[in-house]
Design a protein around this ligand. Structure first.
Ligand SMILES: Nc1ccn([C@@H]2O[C@H](COP(=O)(O)OP(=O)(O)OP(=O)(O)O)[C@@H](O)[C@H]2O)c(=O)n1
Ligand SMILES: C[C@](O)(CO)[C@H](O)COP(=O)(O)O
Length: 236
């Protein structure tokens, strides 16, 4: 890690998804992990950070679960409505950040509600490594397994060179104006952007990859939550 002082930053947490792949009785961010919701664990990764300027939480407009949580009235959390896709939710969050006073060059970190296991060391690594970067970047993990390209018949076509393949994680950290412009333009152009870096790439920029911990995983399927529940027992 570099010795640069950590820069001030804003946070946007997209939490308006329905978690269809979890097949649970509620959106996955409200499932329990060690006695609290996944979303509360995720918020805790940021709320007491000394460099945090403000946090915007993007929720489904008709979300009945958030008001029931103990932290729902926490004044440090600004709630906004999400949108149809993750990128729409993030864009709404950015629009609200502007109302809160975010300036063009301010750093914004976007982090999935469904990644509750972000280590403070990884967060600070990202902030330190990118503090003076002209573009910004993201936490990511190098591919670990041998990779295969599949054909439509489900048979291997070829083995892919994994040395250049990374998995994109969050947080993703970009300057407010650049991220807002790239995301808004990409959505208008109908480009599918599944993360913030995709929007910046589409705008012709090259985000930096910062190697993070693999256990900052996104809870996507039931086995991800099972794995994290077992890990939490060991942690506490
Ligand atoms: N319209 C949407 C869709 C997703 N998200 C958020 O984006 C993050 C990552 O998305 P994903 O894991 O795909 O979550 P879901 O869309 O909820 O899951 P699924 O695709 O299985 O339905 C999650 O924190 C999710 O709540 C969001 O804010 N707004
Ligand atoms: C942003 C993200 O977490 C990067 O890996 C991911 O793309 C979001 O989830 P989705 O499954 O693509 O909606």
């Amino acid at each position: 890690m570099t010795t640069t002082a950590l820069p001030p930053f804003w946070v946007v947490i997209p939490a308006a998804g329905i978690g269809s792949r979890m097949r649970a009785d509620r959106p996955k961010q409200y499932l329990q992990l060690a006695g609290r919701s996944i979303l509360e664990h995720t918020l805790d990764c940021f709320l007491d950070h000394p460099q945090l300027k403000g946090l915007v939480l993007c929720l489904a407009a008709d979300d009945p679960f958030w008001p029931a949580l103990p932290g729902a009235s926490d004044p440090r959390i600004q709630r906004v409505d999400g949108g149809g896709e993750r990128a729409d939710s993030v864009l709404n969050g950015l629009l609200h950040l502007r109302e809160l006073g975010a300036q063009e060059g301010d750093w914004v970190l976007v982090h999935d509600a469904a990644r509750p296991n972000l280590a403070r060391t990884d967060l600070d690594l990202l902030l330190a490594e990118l503090a003076n970067d002209p573009v910004g970047g993201l936490l990511a993990v190098p591919a670990r397994d041998t990779l295969k390209r599949a054909g439509a018949d489900g048979r291997v076509q070829e083995t892919v060179d994994r040395s250049v393949i990374w998995q994109a994680y969050t947080p993703q950290m970009f300057h407010f104006a650049a991220l807002h412009r790239a995301l808004a333009d990409a959505l208008v152009a109908g480009v599918a952007v599944t993360d913030e870096a995709s929007a910046l790439e589409w705008a012709g920029l090259s985000p930096r990859l910062i190697e993070g911990r693999a256990d900052n995983l996104k809870i996507t399927r039931p086995e991800d939550l099972e794995w994290l529940r077992q890990r939490w027992v060991l942690k506490t």
